[in-house]
Ligand binder design. Structure first.
Ligand code: WT7
Length: 653
């Protein structure tokens, strides 16, 4: 495991404090007694949260814990989609807006809870007609359009676990996921809009499913109107099959532990892991965290998680959490710079957004673009800001607070992971005096610790590893098809504890600062990418002999991918051919994994630094990539190798 970088440790010299605004504190959903109440009996406290949902059959036991396998609300039955939609309509909230949706070209749709109910029922009827049954996985590869939410909820309604694959992933990545979870149906669109132009999705599906014999049907939403290839035996248009269905549907109730979705995420190996989430515990966790951390008042607030539904942030805080709480959300299809770099601020102004949740990388991009873009817009509706995805540097935190939050909005820096289902470490906006750069404290009902190498908690003022010491309702239930890997990855490093893979420091007050990953997982713009996965893609190229990939510090994206590559037969002396190969390798990685995995920099080098036992010394390569003084090189087989690489780096080789 590597040490958190010096740059991140520098965060800890931050001493500013920001107390909750008194009016917000007074009316906050979470009041100070909440911690004591949850600590007294965490499981009972979670039961109280679960009772806010609608259950067809109550649970017998709140928690069955057979380490590392947890079951929550055992014996209880519910339907997740009914909880997110129908019960609000039944409660007379049918006219409330569920989504103010905005397409990138400027088209808009307003979808009320009553509309959403009809849309989900029609889609559920259509999926049934296409043969989807409870327990059968459906893959979703979509742009950010309302049909994506509808598709997820229709799956949930039928008890068919969905696996949403981010639209930026390649056909190969999509195929791998479809095969791993044995999806029989794929829901996609012709394309979506990105950066002012239609960006196709259907061609990638065609390539992916050509090698997926299990896929029966591909259901296609028409969004951009671009030409699509068509297989009559397999492909059906959404408007042909969904629109003619009845807009009512009788939902079956499922076990609390019925699978809700699988989300693939990068681990330390080349093969992404299918993280399994189930129903009752997950919905309890995401709805409680959404209500208490974002202080959502569903009757008046407009909430905006500016993330893609293809990531867990979108699942938990665009779809399941907000809808379970009958919230009005904003959903935006495109990029923040189209048509202009003030698109987000137009959206905040137009819909009077009250709560905005986004990632540090985006905040740093806005910093780079300059505050002038914001100043012309009325952002006075904002009352609370959230951050997620990577450690936020104090400078970005303060900028966010000042330029976007008008120095009046509390910031909640929320730490969690695909695996945790929902937020675990966070301030509460009406209670916590926040520190710029710190995620602060465990959410009520969550037990966390910072431990040293030996697994014992560190004393305040010290660094170590973040662990979660008790099961929680939204926790992953396993890795799809691989229980051993689940145990090994998360529960073997520290006995009896969930090891998140993050370094952390406990400050003198006992508050938690997250310091980044300590394994071979990179965090690029809040997206998790494994070094091994990129290495695997690179060595798959016919010219590549060996590849080592590291995450380098990057002022905007947090980390950036830097690859060191040795070439079969050696690097040609002719620089033009080297440059051509680098371009070719970057494209190759984009094809294999997706554009998000393209290395920022590829260095062709005659050799990689290795230990005497033949292990590549990534730590040294990280130093090279960050232009740091080299650490200990005494175990190197050939210490001159690193200097040769350093020379190439500085000469731009
Ligand atoms: C990794 C999980 C949580 C949804 C988006 C990412 C890093 C996440 C924070 C934060 C510091 C953070 C961690 C974690 N991370 N939030 N507030 N402060 N680091 O989900 O792709 O599963 O990535 O993101 O390193 O392990 P993910």
């Amino acid at each position: 495991m590597s040490e958190p970088s010096d740059a991140l440790s520098a965060l800890l010299h931050e001493s500013r404090r920001f107390s909750p605004p008194p009016e917000l504190a007074q009316r906050a959903n979470a009041q100070p007694g909440i911690y004591a109440e949850a600590n007294a009996d965490p499981v009972a406290w979670w039961e109280e949260q679960a009772r806010r949902l609608s259950w067809a059959t109550p649970w017998d036991r709140a928690l069955e814990w057979d380490l590392p396998f947890a079951k929550w609300f055992v014996g209880g039955k519910l339907n997740v989609a009914v909880n997110c939609v129908d019960r609000h309509v039944d409660a007379g909230l049918g006219e409330r807006v569920a989504f103010h949706w905005e397409g990138e070209p400027g088209d808009t749709r307003t979808i009320t809870y009553a509309d959403l109910q009809k849309m989900v029922c029609r889609a559920a009827n259509a999926l049934t007609e296409l043969g989807v049954t409870a327990g059968e996985t459906v893959a979703i590869y979509m742009p950010m359009i309302p049909e994506t939410v509808v598709a997820m909820l229709a799956c949930a309604r039928l008890g068919a676990p969905h696996t949403v694959v981010f639209g930026g992933f390649s056909a190969d990545a999509l195929r791998g996921r479809i095969l791993d979870c044995d999806a029989r149906t794929v829901i996609t669109a012709d394309g979506g809009y990105r950066r002012g132009a239609p960006s196709a999705l259907k061609p990638a599906v065609d390539v992916a499913v050509a090698d997926c014999p299990g896929v029966r049907r591909v259901l296609v939403v028409r969004r951009t109107g671009q030409d699509v290839g068509w297989n009559d035996a397999r492909d059906v248009w959404w408007h042909d099959v969904v629109d003619r269905q009845a807009d009512t549907h009788t939902a079956e109730m499922f076990d609390s532990e019925h699978p809700l979705y699988i989300m693939y995420t990068s681990g330390t190996t080349a093969k992404p892991k299918g993280i399994l989430h189930t129903s009752g515990g997950y919905l309890t966790h995401v709805s409680a965290t959404h209500r208490l951390i974002f202080d959502v008042k569903p009757e008046s607030d407009v909430f905006w998680t500016a993330a893609d539904i293809g990531w867990v942030t979108g699942h938990s805080y665009i779809v399941y959490g907000p809808l379970a709480n009958a919230t009005t959300s904003v959903m935006y299809e495109g990029t923040p710079d189209t048509p202009g770099r003030d698109r987000w601020w137009q959206i905040v102004e137009r819909y009077k957004v009250n709560i905005l949740y986004t990632a540090p990388t985006t905040i740093r991009t806005f910093m780079k673009w300059g505050p002038e873009l914001i100043e012309g817009h009325d952002l006075s509706s904002l009352r609370l800001l959230g951050s997620v995805g990577e450690p936020i540097n104090p400078e970005a935190w303060i900028w966010y607070r000042h330029h976007i939050g008008g120095d009046r909005c509390p910031i909640v820096d929320t730490w969690w992971q695909t695996e945790t289902g929902g937020i675990l470490i966070t301030p509460l906006p009406g209670i916590t005096a926040t520190k710029p750069g710190a995620a602060m404290v465990p959410f009520p009902g969550i037990s966390a610790a910072v431990v040293g190498e030996d697994g014992t908690p560190v004393k305040p003022g010290n660094g170590g590893y973040l662990v979660i010491t008790q099961p929680w309702p939204g926790m992953l239930r396993g890795i799809w098809g691989d229980p051993e890997r689940y145990r090994e990855t998360y529960w073997s490093r520290f006995e009896g504890c969930y090891f998140a893979g993050d370094g952390a420091k406990l400050d003198e007050d006992g508050d938690i600062w997250l310091l980044g990953r300590v394994d071979d997982v990179m965090n690029v713009s809040g997206h998790r990418i494994s070094t091994t996965e990129v290495e695997h893609a690179l060595v798959g190229h016919p010219s590549v002999a060996e590849a080592a990939v590291v995450g380098a510090n990057d002022a905007t994206t947090g980390q950036a991918i830097v690859a060191f590559v040795t070439v079969k037969g050696g690097v040609a002396d002719d620089p033009a051919s080297g440059e051509r190969l680098v371009v070719d390798l970057r494209d190759h990685v984009a094809r294999e994994i997706g554009p998000i995995a393209k290395p920022r920099q590829i260095l062709l080098t005659p050799e990689l630094p290795k230990t005497r036992s033949g292990k590549i010394m990534r730590r040294l390569l990280r130093d090279v990539a960050d232009n740091r003084e080299l650490g200990d090189v005494t175990t190197l087989l050939d210490p001159t190798v690193v200097n040769a690489i350093k020379d190439r780096m500085t000469t731009g080789g």
